[in-house]
Ligand binder design. Structure first.
Ligand code: DX5
Ligand code: ZN
Length: 221
């Protein structure tokens, strides 16, 4: 089977017991965690910053932390999150002023770099920076909230990006974020994704292991 990664989004975790909940979801089979940073400016919601990421490290969480910046400006946050223990940092190109420079800044800070595309953001932002991205993240909902429905046009966009990655010969992860569930993860994988963010589908269920096992079973089909 392909090397698929399941990344629970802590947006839907029990924030009053975050360390414990993250530990639990990792024990239940998650590969890494997805950390949604919202600033009430680029998106109409507000979540958490680098000190919370640092707190998870201090608590003893050692898995990769995938930071998704839904914020503007992005540069300062890159260095803050790199210091706080992030492993990968992705940002929305239309929220950044110097896309090439920010991608380089992420790598210079020892993290994997990535660009995030909203459902209506054109893929042309990739044109001159394919060699500077380790992750391409396609949003399958409009960013800002958990628990929304998967937007079906993402499947076609995933196929386009998969083709671009394969043609480039580069080692780039294709991540999808929003409305991912047991019932649609196989179709999303077939369209080319290999990294799956799931918030409500996992954290809103009492048995995280069952959901993650069911997702892996779908991926193995
Ligand atoms: C949305 C966030 C997502 C969100 C996904 O802006 O980027 O990571 O937590 O949540 P679900 O899986 O519930 O759609
Ligand atoms: Zn996200």
């Amino acid at each position: 089977m392909k090397n698929y990664l399941i990344a629970p989004s802590i947006l839907s975790a029990d924030l009053a017991r975050l360390g414990e909940d993250v530990e639990n979801v990792l024990k239940c089979g998650a590969d890494l965690i997805h950390f949604d940073v919202m600033d009430n400016h680029y998106v109409p919601n507000l979540t958490f910053g680098a000190p919370i990421c640092q707190s998870l490290r201090d608590y003893g969480i050692t898995c990769p932390i995938d930071v998704h910046l839904m914020a503007s400006p992005v540069e300062r946050l890159v260095t803050d999150f790199a210091k706080a223990g992030a492993n990968s940092i992705t940002f929305h190109p239309e929220a950044a002023v110097h896309i090439d420079r920010t991608l380089q800044l992420i790598r210079d800070n020892g993290c994997q770099s990535g660009l995030v595309f909203n459902p209506a953001t054109p893929l042309s932002y990739l044109d001159y920076v394919m060699d500077k991205v380790d992750i391409i993240l396609l949003m399958s909902v409009n960013p800002g909230f958990g628990g929304q429905s998967f937007i079906p046009s993402t499947l076609d966009k995933l196929r386009q990006v998969r083709q671009r990655i394969d043609e480039s010969g580069l080692d780039i992860r294709l991540e999808v974020d929003g409305g991912v569930k047991v019932s649609n993860i196989a179709d999303i994988a077939r369209a080319g994704a290999d990294m799956f963010v799931a918030g409500s589908a996992i954290f809103d269920q009492p048995d995280y292991k069952k959901v993650i096992d069911d997702m892996r079973a779908e991926l193995a089909k």
